[in-house]
Design a binder for this molecule. Sequence first.
Ligand code: GLN
Length: 430
Amino acid sequence: KENRSFVGESISRIKKIDEKINAFITVVENANGKIPIAIKDNIVTKGIRTTCASKILENFVPPYNATVVEKLIANDFAIVGKTNLDEFAMGTGTEYSAFFVTKNPWDHERVAGGSSGGSAAAVASGQVVAALGSDTGGSIRQPAAFCGVVGFKPTYGLVSRYGLVAFASSLDQIGPITKTTKDAAYLMNVIYGKDEKDATTVDRKINFEEYLESDFSNVKVAYPEEVFAEGVEEGVKERFEEFVKFLQRKGIKVDKVSFKELSYSVATYYIIAPSEVSSNLSRFDGIRYGKRDEQEGLLQTYLNSRKNLGKEVIRRIMIGTFTLSAAYYDAYFEKAQKVRRIISNKLNDLLKEYDFIITPTSPITAFKIGEVKDPLVYYMMDIFTIPANLAGIPAISIPFGFSNGLPVGMQIMGKRFDDAKVLGFANYIE
Ligand code: GLN
């Protein structure tokens, strides 16, 4: 009975405060289970509307659950709602939701980050104790940083993507957004695992809670000197310097290294991700998936149905169609794949010498709603988070102080499959 009221508490808090935050697209008032959790609305939930914050899926009620949702239900979690995101998870501020903008709980004039802005804001404002997000280029970690909570992107292949509406399949991973690293580790134990429905999942036994009590004073940590480049907010640089000193005071060896490939990560990602988008989103044509705008003739029906997609999604489809086209494939897509390999190799080489690589999660703190007009400005914000997706390695964002009254997040990346150590280390310094 006590547990039952825990879910009830969460739902009453959502009803009370979410009209100020706008974290939820759908609230499930009769949710069953013991631990209230929110799910990003690009992860399918049987019988619960799943919109991807897009007009084209406005009324889509999936007939099945994503694997992660099945696992949560089996472990007594209660899905209390579906959270807002940038349409199809393409964006950085949840401003590209087709429905409404999610507000940052610390300052309602500012964004909660994106694309998992609804999940991060729901946790930060105490509406739920945990949420799931998805991370293709930073969408779990960056909103976690903007909202002052913990966000973890696992090693690619540890968590099943079955039932996650595909954005860029070679980069997408589902992961937890929580108040503490301990909660993130606990959730990872629930949601990870080999799944026959996702051929990219790996069969590996990991106890994500294994290192939560370990001593990490003997580890070696590196940070790229490029983190002090132009475009990084003064307050973020200051917090980062303090973070380095904080680690050193604990006896940890922290070295500055060169990672000049970092500057190519944004360009590489913004070719690879849209290329995969142009292919993955072709199914939303009003015939196979999505709202149908019936017209005379099939072509016109396709064309009209596709008008239910938003501006940013269309932009990515067009870029991706271009970069994959026969005449430009070598110059763009193939080149980007090669650069992806170079960036991956560089990270993996550094991680042979060092246990962890640290950076700020985002070069800036939460910006004002409506302030950013140029898509390229948004794209540049992903500079520190993208490399972990390109390399498939685990990365966490943890809160570390404030800049101008807004939360700052620090990112810790580790070796592939060293997820438990990344979580352990984050918990050690939290
Ligand atoms: N901001 C990035 C983008 O717009 C990352 C999004 C994500 O991780 N889903 O693509």
